[in-house]
Design a protein. Structure first.
Length: 347
Protein backbone atom coordinates (compact mmCIF):
# COMPACT_ATOMS: atom_id res chain seq x y z
CA UNK A 1 0.00 0.00 0.00
CA UNK A 2 1.02 3.65 -0.29
CA UNK A 3 1.68 5.89 2.69
CA UNK A 4 3.19 9.30 3.38
CA UNK A 5 6.73 9.38 4.71
CA UNK A 6 8.34 12.45 6.27
CA UNK A 7 12.14 12.58 6.19
CA UNK A 8 14.37 14.24 8.78
CA UNK A 9 15.09 17.09 6.36
CA UNK A 10 11.38 17.92 6.33
CA UNK A 11 10.67 16.55 2.87
CA UNK A 12 7.48 14.57 2.35
CA UNK A 13 6.79 11.86 -0.21
CA UNK A 14 4.51 8.93 -0.92
CA UNK A 15 6.09 5.47 -0.73
CA UNK A 16 5.18 1.79 -0.91
CA UNK A 17 5.05 0.26 2.59
CA UNK A 18 3.85 -3.11 3.93
CA UNK A 19 0.07 -3.51 3.85
CA UNK A 20 -1.76 -2.74 7.07
CA UNK A 21 -2.58 -6.01 8.85
CA UNK A 22 -3.89 -7.33 12.17
CA UNK A 23 -1.04 -7.84 14.66
CA UNK A 24 -2.82 -7.99 18.03
CA UNK A 25 -6.33 -9.36 18.74
CA UNK A 26 -7.47 -5.84 19.75
CA UNK A 27 -6.50 -4.39 16.34
CA UNK A 28 -8.61 -3.40 13.35
CA UNK A 29 -7.58 -2.49 9.81
CA UNK A 30 -9.26 0.55 8.28
CA UNK A 31 -9.26 1.39 4.58
CA UNK A 32 -8.80 5.16 4.60
CA UNK A 33 -11.33 7.08 2.53
CA UNK A 34 -10.12 10.55 3.52
CA UNK A 35 -7.29 12.04 5.57
CA UNK A 36 -5.80 15.49 5.91
CA UNK A 37 -2.81 17.65 6.81
CA UNK A 38 -2.69 19.28 10.22
CA UNK A 39 -0.98 22.49 11.25
CA UNK A 40 1.00 20.43 13.76
CA UNK A 41 2.37 18.37 10.85
CA UNK A 42 4.21 21.52 9.81
CA UNK A 43 6.32 21.52 13.00
CA UNK A 44 8.48 18.51 11.98
CA UNK A 45 8.21 19.73 8.38
CA UNK A 46 10.16 22.81 9.53
CA UNK A 47 12.26 21.46 12.38
CA UNK A 48 13.03 17.89 11.35
CA UNK A 49 12.57 14.68 13.32
CA UNK A 50 15.39 14.87 15.82
CA UNK A 51 17.19 11.54 16.00
CA UNK A 52 14.74 9.78 13.67
CA UNK A 53 15.61 9.36 10.01
CA UNK A 54 11.98 9.25 8.86
CA UNK A 55 8.45 8.62 10.08
CA UNK A 56 4.97 7.76 8.86
CA UNK A 57 2.98 10.97 8.64
CA UNK A 58 -0.59 11.96 9.44
CA UNK A 59 -2.95 11.49 12.38
CA UNK A 60 -6.46 12.36 11.10
CA UNK A 61 -8.49 9.92 9.03
CA UNK A 62 -11.82 8.26 8.45
CA UNK A 63 -12.62 5.09 6.57
CA UNK A 64 -14.15 1.63 6.38
CA UNK A 65 -13.23 -1.30 8.61
CA UNK A 66 -11.74 -4.11 6.52
CA UNK A 67 -10.62 -6.53 9.24
CA UNK A 68 -10.91 -6.93 13.03
CA UNK A 69 -8.94 -8.88 15.60
CA UNK A 70 -10.48 -11.72 17.61
CA UNK A 71 -11.05 -9.53 20.70
CA UNK A 72 -12.75 -6.59 18.94
CA UNK A 73 -16.44 -6.37 19.88
CA UNK A 74 -17.80 -2.86 19.25
CA UNK A 75 -17.15 -2.51 15.51
CA UNK A 76 -17.55 -4.84 12.55
CA UNK A 77 -16.12 -5.25 9.08
CA UNK A 78 -17.86 -2.77 6.79
CA UNK A 79 -18.46 -0.12 9.47
CA UNK A 80 -17.63 3.47 8.58
CA UNK A 81 -15.49 4.92 11.37
CA UNK A 82 -13.75 8.06 12.62
CA UNK A 83 -10.22 7.68 14.01
CA UNK A 84 -9.30 10.41 16.51
CA UNK A 85 -5.69 11.58 16.54
CA UNK A 86 -4.81 9.54 19.65
CA UNK A 87 -5.15 5.82 20.26
CA UNK A 88 -6.94 4.85 23.49
CA UNK A 89 -8.44 1.74 25.06
CA UNK A 90 -11.42 3.54 26.62
CA UNK A 91 -11.14 1.54 29.86
CA UNK A 92 -8.04 2.70 31.79
CA UNK A 93 -8.35 5.20 34.63
CA UNK A 94 -7.30 8.13 32.44
CA UNK A 95 -9.82 7.23 29.73
CA UNK A 96 -12.55 6.86 32.35
CA UNK A 97 -11.62 10.34 33.57
CA UNK A 98 -12.06 11.67 30.02
CA UNK A 99 -8.36 12.21 29.21
CA UNK A 100 -8.00 9.66 26.41
CA UNK A 101 -4.81 11.33 25.16
CA UNK A 102 -3.11 10.02 28.32
CA UNK A 103 -4.37 6.45 27.93
CA UNK A 104 -2.13 4.02 29.80
CA UNK A 105 -2.23 1.62 26.85
CA UNK A 106 -2.60 4.11 24.01
CA UNK A 107 -0.32 5.95 21.66
CA UNK A 108 -0.21 8.00 18.49
CA UNK A 109 -0.25 7.30 14.76
CA UNK A 110 3.13 6.79 13.16
CA UNK A 111 4.73 5.71 16.47
CA UNK A 112 5.19 2.33 18.13
CA UNK A 113 2.27 0.75 19.98
CA UNK A 114 2.45 -0.55 23.56
CA UNK A 115 4.12 -3.74 22.35
CA UNK A 116 6.70 -1.86 20.30
CA UNK A 117 5.13 -2.52 16.89
CA UNK A 118 4.95 0.36 14.40
CA UNK A 119 1.52 1.91 13.91
CA UNK A 120 0.64 3.23 10.46
CA UNK A 121 0.28 6.96 9.90
CA UNK A 122 -2.98 8.55 8.89
CA UNK A 123 -1.91 9.88 5.49
CA UNK A 124 -2.04 6.62 3.59
CA UNK A 125 -4.33 4.09 1.96
CA UNK A 126 -4.97 2.04 5.11
CA UNK A 127 -4.00 1.83 8.76
CA UNK A 128 -3.76 -0.74 11.51
CA UNK A 129 -5.72 0.62 14.50
CA UNK A 130 -4.57 -0.63 17.92
CA UNK A 131 -7.14 -0.67 20.73
CA UNK A 132 -9.86 -0.52 18.08
CA UNK A 133 -12.77 -0.79 20.52
CA UNK A 134 -11.67 2.27 22.48
CA UNK A 135 -10.30 4.30 19.59
CA UNK A 136 -12.73 4.11 16.69
CA UNK A 137 -16.16 5.75 16.57
CA UNK A 138 -18.76 4.15 14.32
CA UNK A 139 -20.91 6.34 12.04
CA UNK A 140 -24.41 4.89 12.14
CA UNK A 141 -25.62 6.00 8.73
CA UNK A 142 -24.72 5.90 5.06
CA UNK A 143 -21.82 8.23 4.30
CA UNK A 144 -21.87 10.23 1.07
CA UNK A 145 -19.24 12.56 -0.35
CA UNK A 146 -20.89 15.63 1.17
CA UNK A 147 -20.60 14.21 4.68
CA UNK A 148 -16.92 13.17 4.41
CA UNK A 149 -15.23 16.50 5.30
CA UNK A 150 -17.47 17.04 8.32
CA UNK A 151 -16.69 13.59 9.71
CA UNK A 152 -13.00 14.06 9.03
CA UNK A 153 -12.94 17.37 10.94
CA UNK A 154 -14.07 15.47 14.05
CA UNK A 155 -10.85 13.44 14.07
CA UNK A 156 -8.91 16.45 15.36
CA UNK A 157 -9.55 20.13 14.60
CA UNK A 158 -13.21 20.45 15.60
CA UNK A 159 -12.64 18.52 18.82
CA UNK A 160 -9.51 20.54 19.55
CA UNK A 161 -11.25 23.87 19.00
CA UNK A 162 -14.12 22.59 21.13
CA UNK A 163 -11.68 21.63 23.91
CA UNK A 164 -10.30 25.18 23.89
CA UNK A 165 -13.82 26.58 24.23
CA UNK A 166 -14.95 24.11 26.89
CA UNK A 167 -11.87 24.56 29.07
CA UNK A 168 -12.14 28.34 28.66
CA UNK A 169 -15.68 28.02 30.09
CA UNK A 170 -17.45 29.53 27.11
CA UNK A 171 -21.19 29.69 27.76
CA UNK A 172 -24.33 31.66 27.05
CA UNK A 173 -23.47 35.34 26.65
CA UNK A 174 -19.68 34.92 26.91
CA UNK A 175 -17.30 37.35 25.27
CA UNK A 176 -14.57 35.36 23.56
CA UNK A 177 -11.25 36.11 21.87
CA UNK A 178 -9.75 33.49 19.55
CA UNK A 179 -6.00 33.71 18.96
CA UNK A 180 -4.98 31.80 15.85
CA UNK A 181 -6.74 31.72 12.47
CA UNK A 182 -5.65 28.26 11.39
CA UNK A 183 -8.06 25.34 11.23
CA UNK A 184 -8.10 24.89 15.02
CA UNK A 185 -8.73 28.57 15.71
CA UNK A 186 -11.50 28.66 13.14
CA UNK A 187 -12.99 25.53 14.69
CA UNK A 188 -12.76 27.34 18.02
CA UNK A 189 -14.93 30.11 16.60
CA UNK A 190 -17.48 27.50 15.55
CA UNK A 191 -17.32 25.89 19.00
CA UNK A 192 -17.72 29.22 20.82
CA UNK A 193 -20.76 30.07 18.71
CA UNK A 194 -22.23 26.63 19.37
CA UNK A 195 -21.77 27.10 23.13
CA UNK A 196 -23.66 30.40 23.12
CA UNK A 197 -21.01 33.13 23.04
CA UNK A 198 -22.53 36.53 22.34
CA UNK A 199 -19.36 38.16 20.99
CA UNK A 200 -16.43 36.42 19.32
CA UNK A 201 -13.30 38.32 18.33
CA UNK A 202 -10.76 36.56 16.12
CA UNK A 203 -7.25 37.89 15.69
CA UNK A 204 -6.45 37.35 12.02
CA UNK A 205 -4.45 39.05 9.28
CA UNK A 206 -5.67 37.06 6.28
CA UNK A 207 -8.80 38.03 4.36
CA UNK A 208 -9.91 34.51 3.41
CA UNK A 209 -9.54 33.35 7.03
CA UNK A 210 -11.40 36.40 8.28
CA UNK A 211 -14.23 35.59 5.87
CA UNK A 212 -14.40 31.99 7.07
CA UNK A 213 -14.33 33.08 10.70
CA UNK A 214 -17.22 35.45 10.05
CA UNK A 215 -19.22 32.62 8.46
CA UNK A 216 -18.47 30.49 11.51
CA UNK A 217 -19.77 33.16 13.91
CA UNK A 218 -17.02 35.70 14.59
CA UNK A 219 -18.46 39.15 15.30
CA UNK A 220 -15.23 41.15 15.21
CA UNK A 221 -11.82 40.97 13.49
CA UNK A 222 -8.58 42.37 14.92
CA UNK A 223 -5.62 42.31 12.53
CA UNK A 224 -2.93 43.85 14.72
CA UNK A 225 -0.61 41.91 17.03
CA UNK A 226 1.38 42.49 20.21
CA UNK A 227 0.60 45.49 22.40
CA UNK A 228 -1.34 47.16 19.58
CA UNK A 229 -3.53 44.09 19.14
CA UNK A 230 -4.13 43.78 22.87
CA UNK A 231 -5.16 47.43 23.08
CA UNK A 232 -7.53 47.02 20.11
CA UNK A 233 -9.26 44.04 21.73
CA UNK A 234 -9.58 45.74 25.10
CA UNK A 235 -11.13 48.78 23.44
CA UNK A 236 -13.57 46.59 21.48
CA UNK A 237 -14.66 44.88 24.68
CA UNK A 238 -15.41 48.03 26.63
CA UNK A 239 -12.04 48.45 28.28
CA UNK A 240 -12.26 45.19 30.23
CA UNK A 241 -11.20 42.21 28.14
CA UNK A 242 -12.69 38.82 27.31
CA UNK A 243 -14.40 36.35 29.61
CA UNK A 244 -12.79 33.49 27.65
CA UNK A 245 -9.71 33.32 25.46
CA UNK A 246 -8.98 30.44 23.07
CA UNK A 247 -5.22 30.20 22.51
CA UNK A 248 -4.73 28.09 19.39
CA UNK A 249 -1.11 28.76 18.39
CA UNK A 250 1.32 28.14 21.25
CA UNK A 251 4.00 30.70 20.34
CA UNK A 252 5.42 33.15 22.86
CA UNK A 253 3.56 35.97 21.16
CA UNK A 254 0.22 34.17 21.30
CA UNK A 255 0.68 33.15 24.94
CA UNK A 256 1.44 36.76 25.90
CA UNK A 257 -1.45 38.01 23.80
CA UNK A 258 -3.87 35.60 25.47
CA UNK A 259 -2.92 36.87 28.90
CA UNK A 260 -3.19 40.44 27.68
CA UNK A 261 -6.73 40.25 26.29
CA UNK A 262 -8.39 38.31 29.12
CA UNK A 263 -10.36 40.29 31.68
CA UNK A 264 -9.35 40.00 35.34
CA UNK A 265 -10.69 36.66 36.51
CA UNK A 266 -11.00 35.41 32.93
CA UNK A 267 -10.16 31.95 31.63
CA UNK A 268 -7.69 30.98 28.90
CA UNK A 269 -8.15 27.62 27.18
CA UNK A 270 -4.93 26.77 25.37
CA UNK A 271 -4.59 24.01 22.80
CA UNK A 272 -1.67 25.31 20.74
CA UNK A 273 1.42 23.15 21.37
CA UNK A 274 3.44 25.59 23.51
CA UNK A 275 6.81 26.72 22.22
CA UNK A 276 7.11 29.59 24.67
CA UNK A 277 6.91 30.14 28.42
CA UNK A 278 3.76 30.98 30.33
CA UNK A 279 3.37 34.68 31.25
CA UNK A 280 3.20 34.03 34.96
CA UNK A 281 3.15 37.68 36.11
CA UNK A 282 -0.09 38.73 34.31
CA UNK A 283 -1.67 35.37 35.17
CA UNK A 284 -0.98 36.00 38.83
CA UNK A 285 -1.73 39.72 38.83
CA UNK A 286 -5.11 39.36 37.11
CA UNK A 287 -6.27 36.12 38.72
CA UNK A 288 -6.43 34.40 35.34
CA UNK A 289 -7.12 30.71 34.92
CA UNK A 290 -4.90 29.04 32.33
CA UNK A 291 -6.16 25.60 31.34
CA UNK A 292 -6.48 23.27 28.36
CA UNK A 293 -3.87 21.00 26.85
CA UNK A 294 -3.85 18.11 24.41
CA UNK A 295 -7.48 17.75 23.39
CA UNK A 296 -9.13 14.43 24.32
CA UNK A 297 -10.97 14.42 21.01
CA UNK A 298 -12.32 10.88 21.46
CA UNK A 299 -14.37 12.15 24.41
CA UNK A 300 -16.10 14.80 22.31
CA UNK A 301 -16.78 12.90 19.08
CA UNK A 302 -20.16 11.33 20.02
CA UNK A 303 -21.64 14.70 21.06
CA UNK A 304 -20.33 16.54 18.01
CA UNK A 305 -21.10 13.68 15.62
CA UNK A 306 -24.80 13.82 16.51
CA UNK A 307 -24.94 17.44 15.36
CA UNK A 308 -22.95 16.72 12.21
CA UNK A 309 -25.39 13.96 11.29
CA UNK A 310 -28.45 16.14 11.87
CA UNK A 311 -26.90 18.94 9.81
CA UNK A 312 -26.63 21.58 12.54
CA UNK A 313 -22.81 21.48 12.71
CA UNK A 314 -20.62 21.81 9.60
CA UNK A 315 -16.98 21.71 10.76
CA UNK A 316 -15.79 20.34 7.42
CA UNK A 317 -16.21 23.77 5.88
CA UNK A 318 -12.72 24.47 7.27
CA UNK A 319 -11.26 22.44 4.38
CA UNK A 320 -10.51 24.81 1.55
CA UNK A 321 -8.42 22.47 -0.61
CA UNK A 322 -8.83 18.84 -1.71
CA UNK A 323 -5.95 16.91 -3.26
CA UNK A 324 -5.17 13.35 -4.22
CA UNK A 325 -2.98 11.48 -1.77
CA UNK A 326 -0.36 11.34 -4.52
CA UNK A 327 -0.10 15.15 -4.24
CA UNK A 328 0.52 15.17 -0.49
CA UNK A 329 3.82 17.04 -0.84
CA UNK A 330 2.04 19.85 -2.68
CA UNK A 331 -0.51 19.93 0.13
CA UNK A 332 2.19 20.44 2.76
CA UNK A 333 3.70 23.22 0.66
CA UNK A 334 0.33 24.94 0.22
CA UNK A 335 -0.33 24.96 3.95
CA UNK A 336 3.22 26.03 4.76
CA UNK A 337 2.89 28.98 2.37
CA UNK A 338 -0.60 29.82 3.73
CA UNK A 339 -2.21 29.21 0.36
CA UNK A 340 -4.48 26.69 2.08
CA UNK A 341 -6.08 26.66 5.51
CA UNK A 342 -6.50 22.89 5.67
CA UNK A 343 -5.96 20.27 2.96
CA UNK A 344 -8.14 17.18 2.61
CA UNK A 345 -6.48 14.15 0.99
CA UNK A 346 -8.28 11.44 -0.97
CA UNK A 347 -6.48 8.15 -1.79
Amino acid sequence: MRATIMENDGSVHLAEVPDAAIVHPTDAVVRITASCICGSDLHPYHRGLGDRASKRAGHEFIGVVEAIGADVTTISVGDYVIAPFAISDGTCVNCRNGIMTSCLHGGFWGSDDEQGVLVDGGQGEAARVPQADGTLVKVDREVDDALVPHLLALSDVMGTGHHAAVTARVGEGSTVVVIGDGAVGLSGVLAAKRLGASRIVIMSKYAERQAMATRFGATDIVESRGDEGIAAVIELLGGIGADSVLECVGSQGSLDQAAGVARPGGVIGFVGAPSGTFPTRPLFSNNLTYTGGVAPVRRYIPELLAEVLDGTLRPGDVFDSTLALADVAAGYQAMDERRAIKVLLKP
